[in-house]
Design a protein around this ligand. Structure first.
Ligand code: BDR
Ligand code: CA
Length: 310
């Protein structure tokens, strides 16, 4: 059962971020979009967020955040999402302005305004959240729930460093700050994403809905849908949509495991890996509820609703 709970989304839109943001506005009270660089540079991720707010007809504030990872530069994912992060469709730019408050400060402020109620959903590199934590170490006490899309819990990542997933691999130091200071969070990783793909035919049917959101998402996702087919993916994978489904409706989780998860910072082949203490040998308390499976039907219903498809 989904609720109209207050939600704050930290994100780097990004095609699958866009779908997650549509889902959130359908089912929750979205208090803000905190924007990071990741899939593409910050100028584009901010513009894409502003455009989405227009398409949805909402007034959600957009808070620009960190333009680079905390320590080392990292490669973006424009080869998947397009140079502008939204499939290079040439959409007309939004005329609305971004908020004049840094994303990290907005995260801290909103956690005070909605103390004990706010769910934070992190769909991009964790740079803004790490900075917010350093500025405001009491932040986790005021946040009701944190859901992170990131990691590859058995080492099957999706970047050139084999075990690293993109969001963690883009800014491992930020992930380390969050994973080692946030007492407990839900983790939706790349491997769960691979188990919960969407059939292309179903998705195309939903995208044919007579709804502005479906038309816009059909347009910006065209490139990634064809990229996925060309790369032999049997189904369309949408990591951020899966994480958002878990945030909106925790009852869809059918399998999970609570374990300690750390971040590898230094490995030559493993920088950015999420290292899970599966056998619980480290005697460290579990920080993550790792989502291993969800009810596919409920996940798909949340997407359909957000696209206005029957
Ligand atoms: C994650 O990386 C990005 O490309 C997607 O938006 C998602 O957040 C998946 O690894
Ligand atoms: Ca993302």
């Amino acid at each position: 059962m989904t609720m109209r709970a207050p939600l704050l989304i930290d994100t780097d839109p990004g095609v699958d971020d866009a779908l997650a943001i549509l889902m959130a506005h359908q089912h929750a009270e979205v208090k803000g979009l905190a924007i990071a660089a990741g899939n593409v540079g910050l100028r584009h991720t901010v513009n894409n967020a502003l455009k989405l707010v227009d398409v949805m007809g909402h007034e959600t504030p957009v808070f620009p955040g960190c333009a680079t990872p905390l320590v080392l530069d990292a490669a973006d994912a424009a080869f998947v999402h397009g140079a502008d992060g939204f499939g290079d469709t040439g959409y007309s730019r939004s005329t609305r302005a971004a908020a004049n408050e840094h994303a990290a400060l907005a995260i801290s402020r909103l956690s005070r305004e909605f103390a004990g109620q706010l769910t934070v959903v992190a769909l991009g590199p964790l740079t803004n959240l790490a900075l917010a934590l350093r500025l405001d170490p009491e932040l986790p006490r005021r946040v009701a729930r944190l859901v992170i899309m990131g990691g590859a819990v058995n080492g099957r990542g999706n970047t050139h460093l084999v075990p690293a997933e993109f969001n963690i691999g883009f800014d491992p130091e930020a992930a380390h700050v969050v994973f080692s200071n946030w007492p407990t969070f839900d983790l939706v990783d790349w491997e769960a994403t691979m188990h919960h793909g969407l059939a292309y035919d179903d998705l195309e049917q939903w995208l044919a809905a007579d709804d502005e959101r479906a038309r816009f998402y059909a347009s910006v996702s065209r490139r990634t849908r064809s990229w996925a087919r060309q790369h032999g993916r049997q189904r369309m994978l949408s990591a951020d949509a899966l994480a958002m489904a878990v945030a909106l409706d925790p009852s869809i989780i059918v399998e999970s495991a609570e374990r300690h998860v750390g971040i590898e910072l230094a490995g030559g082949l493993t920088r950015g890996a999420t290292v899970v203490d599966w056998e619980q040998r480290m005697a460290r308390p579990a920080n993550a509820r790792i989502v291993l499976g969800v009810e596919q039907g409920k996940f798909e219903n949340l997407i359909r609703d957000a696209l206005g498809a029957a």
